[in-house]
Ligand binder design. Structure first.
Ligand SMILES: *[C@@H]1O[C@H](CO)[C@@H](O)[C@H](O)[C@H]1NC(C)=O
Ligand SMILES: *[C@@H]1O[C@H](CO)[C@@H](O)[C@H](O)[C@H]1NC(C)=O
Ligand SMILES: *[C@@H]1O[C@H](CO)[C@@H](O)[C@H](O)[C@H]1NC(C)=O
Ligand SMILES: *[C@@H]1O[C@H](CO)[C@@H](O)[C@H](O)[C@H]1NC(C)=O
Length: 356
């Protein structure tokens, strides 16, 4: 009888055997009676609840969160397939991919999106647990982590699987979203929205993107993939993309992953996946419907922050500003401040995350 009870308990609660409160197989009748007293049952129930909640923590690296935040652990198993229907609007999501050092930029970007009333569609793909928990604690359901979390060392060893995962992360995450049937807008978080970009996604093309070249184009420029430059390929930015959940967009993501596998990796290039993206676009151009977004609306930072005359000429046409063509958090922050785009100083309350 008592061994039967033990067996059943083991089946229903795999943790039982690890803890001293599990009844030993030689349980005497006194103990058996005490097991069924209401207080013992209550205690056992609470222990099961407590360990059931705590158990996912077991293989998390220590020091990531404090014991005062037990509720957050439920996000550890929150999946992309659960997150997408939660945030999507009309089958479309807005996605960014980031780790903890970028949280301030995330918040700045979110304020600008909230001003366009598009914040509900935002899904943060967290690259570490700290980011996953921080965002979901403030804004439940809006961050997801797609395992595995990469260990920096493994990720940087050229030729290793970790290396492949590291470089191919962005197209892999985006491909997964497309495969699950959602359209996706991807943004780097060193961006600020000045207007809603969705009205600019004209027609029914597979992949929409922006040019990273600083050369000024006429306002009525072509929406085709620009011709190759000096390096034999165009200079399309992998920083801002809109992908429809079509075979064409999926093909571009697959080719991007392939190109990244062919590329030699170096510490100086870091996670620069843009050349591979451009090779992929060129190779897929015949089969896929591509669309270059207007330069005046989506200028590269190399143009917007460097040519006052152009900015004045195109006033009122700007939609998303990208703080690129500059390296380092401090320099980026200062430049956003100089141009009145560091919204975090005075408008943090507008972010769904609040002040971080
Ligand atoms: C919803 O998506 C469809 C197809 O992508 C589009 O035609 C329609 O305009 C969208 N509706 C809204 C309200 O955005
Ligand atoms: C690389 O990604 C694959 C697929 O997601 C995963 O199974 C594998 O464990 C990862 N390897 C490393 C070293 O990160
Ligand atoms: C843009 O407009 C100019 C004249 O205003 C015209 O010559 C040119 O062909 C147009 N370009 C495109 C791509 O439509
Ligand atoms: C800056 O923009 C103006 C106006 O479009 C243009 O005429 C000029 O050539 C640009 N300057 C540079 C350095 O690109």
């Amino acid at each position: 009888m008592s061994s039967l009870l033990h067996q059943r308990t083991s089946i229903h609660n795999p943790f039982t055997n690890q803890f001293p409160f599990s009844p030993p197989s030689s349980t005497n009748s006194m103990k058996r009676i005490s097991i069924f007293s209401p207080i013992t049952l209550l205690v056992l129930l609470s222990l099961i609840v407590v360990f059931g909640v705590f158990s996912p923590w077991v293989d998390i690296p220590p020091g990531i969160f404090s014991a005062s935040e037990p509720a957050i652990s439920k996000w550890r198993h929150y999946t992309l397939a659960q997150a997408l229907p939660f945030v999507a609007n009309n089958g479309t999501v807005i996605v960014c991919i980031l780790s903890q050092p970028y949280l301030a930029f995330l918040n700045n970007w979110l304020i600008s999106i909230t001003r366009q009333n598009r914040q509900d569609m935002v899904l943060v793909i967290a690259e570490d647990y700290a980011t996953l928990y921080k965002v979901n604690e403030r804004w439940p359901g809006h961050a997801v982590l797609i395992p595995p979390v990469l260990d920096g060392e493994a990720a940087h060893k050229f030729g290793s699987l970790g290396f492949f995962n590291f470089t191919a992360r962005r197209p892999r995450h985006l491909l997964q979203i497309l495969e699950l049937g959602y359209n996706v807008m991807y943004n780097d978080v060193d961006m600020v929205w000045l207007a809603d970009p969705f009205p600019y996604l004209e027609g029914n093309h597979d992949v929409y993107f922006t040019d990273d070249m600083t050369t000024i184009k006429p306002l009525n420029h072509s929406h085709n993939l620009p011709p190759p430059g000096k390096k034999g390929r165009p200079y399309i930015c992998s920083c801002m993309l809109f992908l429809r959940s079509t075979d064409g967009a999926k093909l571009v993501m697959k080719k991007w992953i392939e190109e990244l596998q062919l590329q030699p990796w170096s510490r100086t290039k870091k996670s620069n996946d843009q050349p591979a993206f451009n090779w992929a676009l060129m190779k897929a151009a015949k089969e896929v419907d591509l669309y270059l977004l207007p330069q005046a609306a989506f200028p590269t930072g190399g143009l917007y922050f460097k040519n006052k005359t152009w900015v004045k000429e195109t006033k009122g046409k700007h939609v998303i500003i990208h703080n690129n063509y500059i390296i380092g958090f401090e320099k980026k922050t200062k430049r956003f401040r100089d141009f009145g785009l560091w919204l975090l100083d005075d408008h943090a309350v507008e972010s769904p995350l609040g002040r971080l």
